[in-house]
Design a binder for this molecule. Structure first.
Ligand code: HXC
Length: 260
C-alpha cells in the first residue's frame, strides 16, 4: 500500500475499493488524505479492468469532517490564495466511472459532503450524517448547501445546516439521500460491492453514458436535459455494444460486451 491514510484493493472483478483509514482521527479529511483519495480514484478511473469504485470508511466513521486541527489557524488570505479545498471538487466530479459510497458511522461536515459526491449512496441505519459547520462558526464548503438541498429540499436542508443537528442513516434513506439502508456496517459494504459488481458487468460504454446523462439532470433544465439524453441515446446506436446487447436479447444469450 503506497498510501498512509487510505487502503486500496480490487476484491471483486471489476470493482476498485477505497477505504478511508485514518482511525485515530475518525477519518478526518486532511489535505494529505484527500490527495491520496484523488490519486487512487484517478488510478481506478484510468484502469481498464475497473468498472466501478466503492468508497467506504470504518464502522465508526466514514469521515468526521474536514480536519479541524488543520483548518484552525487558516486565515482568509491563505484560504483564498491557496484555493483551500479546491482539490475536493477538481477530481471527484470528473471521475467517469460510478462511485458507490458505503457510509457507516459518522459522515459529518466534509464527510457528509464527500458521501453526497458519490453517484450512489448506501448506508447503515446507525450512520450519523450532518453538517455541523455552523457550530464551528463556518458553513459547509464542499457542496453541503447545494447537494444536500438538492437531495432533501430547502426546508429540511436549512434546518440541518442552521442547527448543525445530525440525521440518521434511516432518515437518509427516507429522505432520498441514500438509495438503500442496511442493518449493519458489514451488510452495507457487502451490498455496495455487490451492486458495484453488477454495474461492472454491464457495457462500460453504456454505463459511462448513463452516468453522464443522470448527472446532466442535476445541472440543467428539463428541456436541455432531455435533448442531451436523446443525443446520447442516438449516439449509442453507433456502438458495438448496442448490437451485442440487442442481438443477445433476441438470441436468448448472455451479452459479451466489447465496451466499444
Ligand atoms: C480533526 C477530528 C475530527 C475532525 C474527530 N477528530 N473529528 N480531528 N478533525 N473533523 C479527532 C478528535 O480530535 C480525536 O482526536 C479523535 O478524532 C476521536 O474523536 P473524539 O471526539 O474523541 O470521538 P467521540 O467522542 O467518539 O466523538 C466523535 C465525534 C466528534 C462526534 C464525531 O469527534 C466530533 O464532533 N468531531 C467533529 C465533527 C465536525 O465538526 N465535523 C465537521 C468539521 S468542519 P484526539 O487526538 O483528541 O484523540 C468541516 C468543514 C467542511 O468538515 C468544509 C469543506 C471542506
Amino acid at each position: 500500500n503506497q498510501y498512509q491514510n487510505i487502503l486500496v484493493e480490487t476484491r471483486h472483478p471489476g470493482v476498485g475499493k477505497i477505504t478511508l483509514n485514518r482511525p485515530r482521527a475518525l477519518n478526518a479529511l486532511s489535505s494529505s488524505l484527500f490527495q491520496e483519495l484523488n490519486h487512487a480514484l484517478q488510478n481506478f478511473d484510468n484502469d481498464e479492468s475497473t468498472g466501478t469504485i466503492v468508497l467506504t470508511g470504518s464502522e465508526k466513521a466514514f469521515a468526521a469532517g474536514a480536519d479541524i486541527k488543520e483548518m484552525k489557524d487558516l486565515t482568509f488570505s491563505k484560504a483564498y490564495n491557496t484555493n483551500f479545498i479546491a482539490s475536493w471538487s477538481s477530481t471527484i466530479p470528473n471521475i467517469r466511472k460510478p462511485i458507490i459510497a458505503a457510509v457507516n458511522g459518522y459522515a459529518l461536515g466534509g464527510g457528509c459532503e464527500l458521501a453526497l459526491m458519490a453517484d450512489i449512496l448506501y448506508c447503515s441505519s446507525s450512520a450519523m450524517f450532518g453538517q455541523p459547520e455552523i457550530k464551528l462558526g463556518i458553513i459547509p464548503g464542499a457542496g453541503g448547501s447545494q447537494r444536500l438541498t438538492a437531495a432533501i429540499g430547502k426546508s429540511r436542508a436549512m434546518e440541518l445546516i442552521l442547527t448543525g443537528k445530525n440525521f440518521s442513516g434511516t432518515e437518509a434513506a427516507q429522505w432520498g439521500v441514500a438509495a438503500r439502508v442496511f442493518d449493519t456496517a458489514e451488510e452495507c459494504v457487502q451490498g455496495a460491492l455487490k451492486t458495484a459488481s453488477k454495474i461492472a458487468e454491464m457495457s462500460q460504454l453504456a454505463v459511462r453514458a448513463a452516468k453522464e446523462a443522470v448527472n446532466k439532470s442535476q445541472e440543467t433544465g428539463l428541456r436541455e436535459g432531455l435533448d442531451y439524453e436523446r443525443k446520447v441515446f442516438h449516439g449509442l446506436f453507433g456502438s458495438k455494444d448496442q448490437k451485442v446487447g440487442m442481438s443477445a436479447f433476441v438470441e436468448k444469450k448472455n451479452p459479451e460486451w466489447s465496451n466499444e
